[in-house]
Design a protein around this ligand. Structure first.
Ligand code: ZN
Length: 235
């Protein structure tokens, strides 16, 4: 079956997306080779984006974070737009994403489960007051609350656990869909990768530039750019 035929025969699609969904909007994938070691930083991104590093070297964390993570001018691409359209037509029940850029919501998607949080939400660690991404971008050094507390992005850092409610809802969505489209992820990041095991529907579709460990289990595998593939779907 083609992707179009699968979509045509599906009543409840769930989309599970990784970094590859946002790279076409110009947001770098930190697990890709070229993103890894930047001369401007003394530590690899995996270390900077860890809970320990945030607590110990907060100013260095924010130097990297403002420079590399806050891509506030990025726009939704063809993948985000098509998924929002599919939700409006009532054939897509949820987008589960590993991305933290808020681009699905910017495209109009309503039910977005952000496994790794969002750069658009930031909270004071002392009083819980909310701050926008612009507040963080426009601050200098360590962003602090009016109460004096340090502000932390609502982003799941390395060493931190995922939000239980988000995971529970994502599993529920995967268990109850007839088609699961996994795209833009190498499916190697735990625990997100393990969530795919809950799928018991009819069609498992994988869209990723490179091969993944799950290719052999999928009903349809497409090794192309996510935006190109999704934009061709007619609904
Ligand atoms: Zn505060």
């Amino acid at each position: 079956m083609t992707l179009q035929e699968i979509v045509n025969s599906s009543k409840r699609i769930v989309f599970f997306g990784g970094a590859g969904v946002s790279t076409e909007s110009g947001i770098p994938d930190f697990r890709s080779v070229d993103g890894l070691y930047n001369q401007k930083y003394d530590y690899p991104p995996e270390e900077i984006l860890s809970h320990t590093f945030f607590m110990k070297k907060t100013d260095e964390f924010y130097r990297f974070y403002r420079d590399k993570m806050l891509c506030l001018s990025a726009k939704p691409n063809k993948a985000h737009l098509k998924l929002a359209e599919m939700e409006k037509k009532g054939i897509l029940s949820a987008v589960i994403t590993q991305n933290i850029d808020g681009l699905h919501q910017a495209a109009g998607s309503q039910n977005v489960l952000e496994l790794h949080g969002s750069v658009l939400r930031n909270y004071c660690m002392e009083c819980g007051r909310f701050y926008t991404a612009e507040d963080i971008l426009n601050s200098e050094g360590i962003p602090t609350c009016s109460c004096g507390g340090v502000i932390k992005p609502d982003v799941v850092l390395y060493e931190e656990g995922l939000d239980n409610n988000t995971v529970t809802e994502a599993v529920k969505q995967i268990e109850n869909c007839d088609t699961l489209i996994i795209a833009g992820t190498s499916l190697t990041v735990y625990p997100a990768a393990g969530m795919v095991r809950y799928f018991r529907g009819r069609n498992l579709v994988l869209i990723n530039r490179d091969a993944t460990p799950m290719d052999s289990q999928a009903d349809l595998v497409i090794h192309e750019k996510v935006g190109e593939v999704l934009s061709e779907i007619k609904i």
